[in-house]
Ligand binder design. Structure first.
Ligand SMILES: [Ca+2]
Length: 311
């Protein structure tokens, strides 16, 4: 895109030069025979001269305006859950079918509606709150954001999963890697640090890979705004990345990721992976009290949003 944009700008600049020192206001109808071929040749190079020179020039102006103001176009929203007012949409209903997820009308940001997740300790960490929600679109780059508040005395233990994005075939849970499968999630870690947690095309490791923040970005008892940016790789090329921002500050970024080994529509980003629990898959991840009994930890989530592109 950068190269294309540079080429367009070079051509536009060339067009401008070709009319200098002509009058400032350009009138295609008044061009001389000597000017016309150069002007039309440049427009043809841009693929903008299918009809008359005049209509081609109009298209050029439109195209330049699009380039200049394109960033002001609102991002395509692929998922938007606030848990306020009407909460009977399909995605919210799917979440609430999970016995670990509960709707609360005043526990969210600014006293609005939110969902509470119960992390019920057992010998493999805590019970799995896992729901897959299809997005309203299929893209190669997406930004997931949400607000989260872990309970005041939340036990991080050795860590656990946090939500992410995935293709049609999600590879998680230590299942064998597949060329057309992958997942990009996060993990909370001991002390409130945070990690990228990715199932890529690594031929050796069994579980997810990623990087962990040095600082404890997450603090129990307060709201945080979490952003996960995912750029899918070109098939077989290690040019994907996952980046996490907490409260507007970059916490961790994993670059050079080969999420998928092949191309195709099914390998593109199309699912929101609601996924949070302690673990890991052994008792070392389980939340327990001072006597070693399993506990139930809690966190509240609000304002899940997925938009197309990196934002
Ligand atoms: Ca809310």
């Amino acid at each position: 895109m950068q190269r294309f944009r540079a080429r367009v700008l070079r051509c536009v600049s060339s067009v401008a030069r070709s009319f200098s020192p002509r009058p400032r206001k350009f009138d295609p109808a008044s061009r001389t025979r000597a000017e016309a071929p150069r002007y039309e040749k440049l427009l043809r190079r841009l693929g903008l001269l299918a009809g008359s020179a005049k209509s081609g020039f109009r298209r050029l102006v439109f195209f330049v305006a699009l380039l200049a103001f394109g960033s002001a176009v609102p991002a395509q929203v692929l998922l938007d859950l606030t848990f306020d007012g009407e909460t009977d949409d399909a995605s919210t209903a799917l979440l609430l079918e999970d016995p670990l997820i509960h709707l609360e009308t005043d526990s969210g940001v600014d006293g609005t509606g939110a969902i509470r997740v119960d992390y019920v300790g057992f010998d493999r960490g805590s019970k799995r709150a896992v729901v897959v929600l299809p997005l309203d679109g299929i893209v190669d780059e997406a930004t997931l954001s949400f607000d989260v508040r872990f309970a005041e005395d939340f036990k991080w233990v050795r860590g656990g999963k946090l939500h992410g994005l995935g293709p049609e075939r999600r590879v998680t849970g230590g299942r064998p890697r597949q060329p057309d499968g992958w997942s990009s999630r996060m993990m909370f870690r001991s002390g409130g640090r945070i990690s990228t947690y990715l199932y890529d095309q690594d031929p050796v490791v069994r579980y997810g890979v990623g990087d962990t923040s040095e600082d404890p970005f997450l603090k129990a008892g307060q709201w945080h705004h979490v952003v996960l940016r995912v750029k899918l790789n070109t098939p077989e090329q290690p040019d994907g990345y996952a980046q996490i921002l907490i409260d507007g500050r970059e916490a961790v970024r994993t670059k050079g990721v080969t999420f998928r080994g092949v191309g195709g529509e099914a390998t593109r980003i199309q699912n929101f992976l609601f996924s949070t629990f302690h673990g890991g898959s052994d008792p070392r991840f389980a939340p327990v009290d001072s006597e070693g009994a399993f506990t139930i930890e809690r966190a509240w989530f609000d304002n899940f949003k997925v938009v197309a592109g990196i934002h």
